[in-house]
Ligand binder design. Structure first.
Ligand code: PMT
Length: 404
């Protein structure tokens, strides 16, 4: 899988640094060339000798080493790689990356690179959830840095558990392999993704909405962009950061989402993951509806919203080559989704069981889905929404390859 790929692994100072030795071994087994930078604190946890022995390369540690700089300058070191991986990424190195501090070889390479960067954070649970760290993570992700983990479990500190464990070497490896598997497969394609809820105003301060967070739709946009597609994301209100490199159009209502989707055409593929309100208030009040003792509760008269998925799926005109809908169901999930696919005339439908009894799908970090096409059905076990997105993006790329 990784034959000929050049990885620059930056090992920072955390107790989990020992796991990098296993990661280097696995990367080498798969044919990658691995060069390593060991930070000063990284060297407190693993020795340069073991890193050099496993990577079969010199280990780089010092920004001001005359021999290293004359052999391969730090700019070349960071640019000759196909991918930079920071593991373990401590709170300290993440903060430096987020704020552009370049005070050692590792951070200087991270600033000087023009290559994609992955980070696998590892730290104490309290440090992980600290606002400063969370802001740094958001900032880095919004720049396109790919995050792996951290996992949940026991911490190095006796008796402490939580989020902050370094992802396992095999998990990091799979992400690295996926990265190369994905790269450039959708070059030259334009994909349109809808995500999040819609807000339908009742009056200037109240609205009807649903519990969609945008996590699934945004992950799909990110996965498709990473495969090289020019990606337009039409998003309802969501706390998710705009995916890096994606053209994001922010909307509130179903009508605005519909208009934005139409104006984004033509597209090769459309994926409708948004939870669009089926109805809106026929005539939202111009001013805030007052509540007083004499008033009866207002009667809300609803009107039907445009069905974006059905409209995009209409044959002829600018219909995308592949239209994928989602179906949020609480019972007879597969059967209902099959009928929805036929009714709305989309090519594929991704059905998710949104009932709480099954773990739900709205707002969660993971999802269990069924992919339903005209001639086959496939059930994917519950996994992270990022994995669902990656898998769907791969199916889309395979389908376009087969169709061309
Ligand atoms: O955002 P998250 O918190 O991550 O949750 C993800 C999700 C549960 C919202 C997502 O996985 C999902 O199921 N999205 C579709 C939700 C939905 O509205 O399902 P539906 O069965 O009501 O609609 C079927 C399809 O028609 C969907 O593709 C929807 O985008 C589309 N639709 C619906 C109504 C409408 N007026 N226009 C549409 O395009």
């Amino acid at each position: 899988m990784l034959n000929g790929k050049r990885i620059l692994l930056i090992i920072a100072g955390g107790i989990a640094a020992y796991k990098c030795l296993e990661l280097i071994r696995r990367l080498k087994e798969r044919g990658a060339t691995v060069r390593c930078i060991l930070t000063k604190s990284g060297a407190e946890f693993v020795t340069p000798l073991s890193v050099a022995a496993l990577s079969e390369h010199k280990v780089y540690q010092d920004l001001f080493s005359l021999t290293d700089e004359s052999e391969i300058g730090h700019i070349r070191l960071s640019r000759e790689a196909d991918l930079l991986v920071v593991a373990p990424a401590t709170a300290n190195i993440l903060a430096k990356m987020a704020h552009g501090i370049a005070d050692d070889l590792a951070t200087t390479c991270l600033m000087a690179t023009d290559k994609p960067v992955m980070m696998a954070p590892a730290m104490n649970g309290r440090m992980w959830s600290h606002e400063a760290n969370q802001e740094n993570i958001q900032r880095l992700e919004s720049r396109g840095i790919i995050r792996i983990g951290p996992n949940t479990g026991e911490m190095a500190e006796r008796g402490e558990a939580g989020v902050g464990r370094l992802a396992e070497p095999m998990e990091i490896l799979v992400e690295i392999e996926n990265f190369f598997r994905f790269a450039n497969r959708l070059n030259g394609k334009h994909v349109l993704v809808t995500s999040g809820p819609t807000y339908e105003p009742i009056d200037p301060v109240r609205f009807i909405a649903n519990r969609s967070s945008g996590k699934q739709g945004h992950a799909i946009a990110r996965a498709l962009h990473r495969m090289g597609a020019a990606t337009t994301l039409v998003s309802g209100p969501s706390a998710e950061p705009d995916p890096f490199g994606v053209n994001v159009i922010h909307v509130e209502t179903a009508q605005q989402m519909f208009d934005a989707c139409k104006s984004a055409l033509p597209a090769d593929v459309a994926v409708c993951a948004a939870a669009v309100a089926d109805w809106r208030i026929k005539q939202p009040a111009a001013g805030k509806i007052k509540k007083n003792a004499k008033n009866k509760p207002p009667q809300l008269v609803l009107a039907e919203n445009p069905d974006i998925l059905a409209q995009l799926s209409k044959p002829g005109g600018q219909r995308p080559l592949l239209v994928v809908g989602f179906a949020a169901e609480t019972e007879n999930v597969i059967e209902q989704a099959r009928m929805k696919r036929e009714r709305k005339q989309c090519d594929w439908i991704v059905a998710n069981d949104v009932s709480e009894a099954n773990g739900g799908a709205f707002g969660t970090d993971d999802n269990a889905v069924h992919l339903i096409t005209a001639d086959h059905e496939d059930s994917w076990p519950r996994s992270s929404k990022v994995s669902v997105a990656n898998k769907l993006a791969l199916c889309i790329a395979d389908h376009l390859d087969a169709a061309s």
